[in-house]
Design a binder for this molecule. Structure first.
Ligand SMILES: NC(=O)c1ccc[n+]([C@@H]2O[C@H](COP(=O)([O-])OP(=O)(O)OC[C@H]3O[C@@H](n4cnc5c(N)ncnc54)[C@H](O)[C@@H]3O)[C@@H](O)[C@H]2O)c1
Length: 337
């Protein structure tokens, strides 16, 4: 049977949908003609404000529910052909509440897969992360889909987060093997863009830099500024989610990263320029108690496999994406969220 789920005329559920990736993806699915998009969320981190721009669309339905409660998921998934699984704790929240994170990222994913199987959902798209390659000095070079996991020298919360994403991916594989449930895993790199939140360590750095420069303070660069970051623009990811449903691909996990990595110094210079300033950054050491995600040197998250599997490649470069993010931060919606 075909593993493709066309968007037009079909109903989709986005589990953990009232936030950054969910709101952008919902907009994309509605534009492509989905008959209904259900945003399922317990609003522990997401908010109605994050989806306020969609609320007048009659094909959008907001459902309050918790992934820890299977009956909530069963009710909400009834009649859906596609399910995008986003609900998760990322590193910063995992640091504050590891048990809550392990529950949501593991049992929550299993509940969602079980509900998908029981209600006859045809395809699941699971939001994994480049955290499956780990963090710390071992992470360097070209990161491809079979690059191993590195844990030495990285904060425990980051490793717990990455480990839960590895488990989530394997739960998807297991549901395919046992029950034939089609799935595509997308390993997002750090997401940034409109409706940015403060929960992702690397994207938070962009906002902190912007805020400092706007206040006339020097932006801070950790170490010598050569550390690599590889982001992806949220609109590109929304398109990847949509294409993962539409593609014939199943039983695969692929990286979805932006066009190219940047160093932290390049990033700070881009943000400073966008703020209309030429203030020089200050080079600082680590801040005690702050969770930072480091790697062992230059790296690039290869996204060529995503093109082969689902026909996707990123379109929005870092400068353009930052410009859109900053425009949103300075807009009414950004100021009040
Ligand atoms: N943002 C990033 O930089 C990034 C990078 C790589 C991977 N990812 C993954 O992408 C996905 C979405 O990212 P995001 O930035 O939109 O995440 P987010 O933290 O903004 O959204 C997660 C949503 O899940 C909801 N949620 C949490 N616990 C829940 C529960 N028990 N029941 C129901 N809903 C619950 C939250 O309220 C929130 O709206 C996550 O799985 C994340 O791990 C994100």
């Amino acid at each position: 049977m075909s593993a493709s789920v066309p968007i037009a005329g079909n109903r989709f559920i986005i589990v953990g949908g009232a936030s950054l990736v969910g709101s952008a993806t919902a907009a994309g699915l509605l534009d492509a003609g989905a008959s209904e998009v259900v945003l399922f969320d317990n609003f522990s981190m997401g908010s109605e404000a994050a989806v306020a721009h969609l609320k007048d669309n009659p094909r959008l339905r907001l459902v309050r529910g918790d992934v820890m409660r299977l009956p909530d998921l069963l009710r909400a998934m009834e009649g859906c052909q596609g399910a995008l699984l986003l609900a998760a704790y990322m590193t910063l929240n995992m640091d504050r509440d590891p048990w809550g994170g392990l529950d949501v990222n593991i049992r929550g994913v299993q509940n969602a897969l079980e509900a998908a199987r029981a209600t006859g959902v045809r395809k699941v798209v699971f939001a994994s992360s480049n955290a499956v390659y780990g963090y710390g000095p071992g992470v360097k070079g070209e990161l491809v889909e079979d690059t191993p996991f590195h844990s030495a020298g990285a904060p425990p919360a980051a490793i717990l987060y990455g480990a839960t994403k590895i488990i989530g991916e394997q739960l998807c594989r297991d549901y395919k093997r046992r029950f034939g449930l089609d799935y595509v895993v997308l390993r997002y790199s750090t997401v940034y863009g409109e409706r940015q939140h403060y929960r992702a360590a690397n994207a938070l750095y962009i906002i902190e830099t912007w805020d400092r420069v706007k206040r006339g303070e020097r932006p801070q660069v950790y170490g010598d500024g050569s550390e690599t970051k590889h982001f992806v623009y949220v609109g590109d990811l929304a398109r990847a989610n949509r294409m993962a449903f539409e593609a014939e691909a199943t039983d695969v996990a692929v990286n979805t990263s932006g066009p190219a990595p940047v160093t932290t110094l390049e990033l700070v210079r881009m943000v400073t320029k966008l703020a209309g300033s030429d203030i020089e950054p200050e080079f600082v050491g680590d801040t005690p108690g702050k969770v930072r995600l480091t790697s062992g040197g230059a790296f690039r998250i290869a996204h060529e496999e995503a093109f082969r599997a689902i026909g996707w490649k990123p379109q929005v470069g870092m400068e353009e994406g930052l410009r859109r993010l900053m425009a949103w931060i300075e807009s009414n919606e950004g100021r009040t969220s």
